[in-house]
Write a protein that binds this ligand. Sequence first.
Ligand SMILES: C[S@@+](CC[C@H](N)C(=O)[O-])C[C@H]1O[C@@H](n2cnc3c(N)ncnc32)[C@H](O)[C@@H]1O
Length: 330
Amino acid sequence: MSIAYETIYQFWNSAILRAGIKLGIFSLLEEKQPCSSEFIVKSLNSDPKFTHAYLEACVVLGLLEKDGNKYKNTKETSDYLMPGKLDYLGDLALHITNYWSTWGKLDQLILEGRTELPFENGFVDAPTYWKDYMYGQHNRAESGQINNMIQNTDLTGRKKLLDVGGGMGSYSIPLCQTYPNLQVCLLDAKEPLELARKLVEEKNLSDRLVLKEGNFHSIELDTDYDVVLISGVVCITSEEGNRKIFARAFEVLQPGGLVIVQDFMQIGENKQKHFLDTMMDMYLKIAFSPGAGDFASEDIVSWLTDVGFENHKEILLPTQLNIVTAEKPQ
Ligand SMILES: C[S@@+](CC[C@H](N)C(=O)[O-])C[C@H]1O[C@@H](n2cnc3c(N)ncnc32)[C@H](O)[C@@H]1O
């Protein structure tokens, strides 16, 4: 089969996945499986013919399997699509597919060099966008990225961390739990902070993790941090914006302070990561800002070096994200 022929249908797969998550079909099955099509129809109050066709599509995709005439989740569905499980990726799937209309206009966006957010074209509203965006990042963190960061950075003896664009606190919360003497200021916009607040309270960390609303470029900040964490921000920002972010990070760090940049980025040539890095570069431009991109780590290092950082380390991780660290001279 030609690549062109295969590619024609691939967006159907994402639609099947998205619908199952939105309708709660995988969770319903997990609880009651194996289930007949009739049971699902009754539970969802859905159209019988469409529901049957949908369940069969899930089977050919490998999301469900059949037990006689009944349906049940495959092991992968059970592992990755059950809310509450550590490897849950459902919110990330919703976030990525919230860009459905944006991708549908790709030809136009390429001509115009323009970004289009899902709430700008009405595919989802702004609160849904923010919720899926933040929980999607949280899925990625919980399903392995937190461990990667903790195993590949050493904050022993560090006391004061600024988490720039810290989202829901997906990294600063586990960092606080790992380093009991660490105090964190998590900086972000209003919407992520509302979600972060719930998590911080749940984990009883309100006295060690302060939430600060604002823009890193303009907000007033202390200048005695000994760690600045910049995770998931560089890839959604232009080179010019990133140079400003690094200059500000340098300014707020004390001498000897550490900057940790974790992001989609390319470290050398990596066959395994090449496909997603390439697609990600397109996505970041249409989804976040025209100057955004899946940058090469050497560019990130040179922007850090230009503002005064030294002793950089490039850390290749087994997941899609990588890490660059550097220090402010003593
Ligand atoms: C992709 S999310 C990353 C969230 C989290 N750090 C993580 O790695 O999961 C990027 C976050 O950075 C925030 N952000 C981007 N630019 C920012 C800026 N200049 N000041 C404050 N927050 C910013 C966004 O609001 C968003 O919550």
